[in-house]
Design a protein around this ligand. Structure first.
Ligand SMILES: [Zn+2]
Length: 164
């Protein structure tokens, strides 16, 4: 059974807090998050998606698993529309406009300062997961009318696996 929480859970709309110490708990948490992400399967997972409001996300944009702790967006450029989904909104996909390029600095699981930057899938994952830490879901990126329709559809259909 998945530990991923879905839309409606309060941790998804709560702003996360910085990690003070990268201790054994945080290291094992990042390992667990990577496992949950691959099991889902997904290309990114933020801590609020498993009910933990800490500034941590993990991702794999095709280059192996990466950990981002206390990330800061440094640069955003261009714009591109791309089909996007979220493990906390399972079964739904929308065309979402975002910056084409994103650059982010953060700490990795060893406490080293690292920079992740890129376009395409990587640029998108960085923005999507960063938004989770701000308490924002991709629904926020939708145009008003589309968002209204999306919320209506979710309220009627729910999510796959939901027991009503
Ligand atoms: Zn998501």
């Amino acid at each position: 059974m998945s530990e991923i929480v879905v839309f409606g859970h309060p941790s998804l709309t709560t702003k996360s807090v910085n990690v003070e110490n990268i201790d054994d708990y945080i290291i094992s948490l990042t390992k667990k998050m990577i496992q949950i992400m691959y099991d889902a399967p997904g290309v990114g997972l933020a801590a609020p998606q498993i009910g933990i409001n800490k500034n941590i996300f993990v991702f794999d944009a095709g280059d192996g698993p990466k950990v981002a702790i206390n990330p800061k967006l440094e640069d955003l450029q261009g714009s591109v529309v791309f089909m996007e989904g979220c493990l906390s909104l399972p079964g739904y996909y929308w065309d979402i406009e975002r910056y084409e390029y994103a650059k982010l600095t953060c700490l990795n699981q060893n406490g080293e300062e690292v920079t992740y930057e890129g376009e395409d899938l990587l640029g998108r994952v960085l923005q999507h997961e960063y938004d989770h830490l701000q308490g924002q879901l991709l629904l926020k990126q939708l145009k008003r009318k589309v968002r209204k329709e999306a919320l209506k559809e979710i309220s009627i259909k729910g999510f796959p696996g939901d027991k009503i």
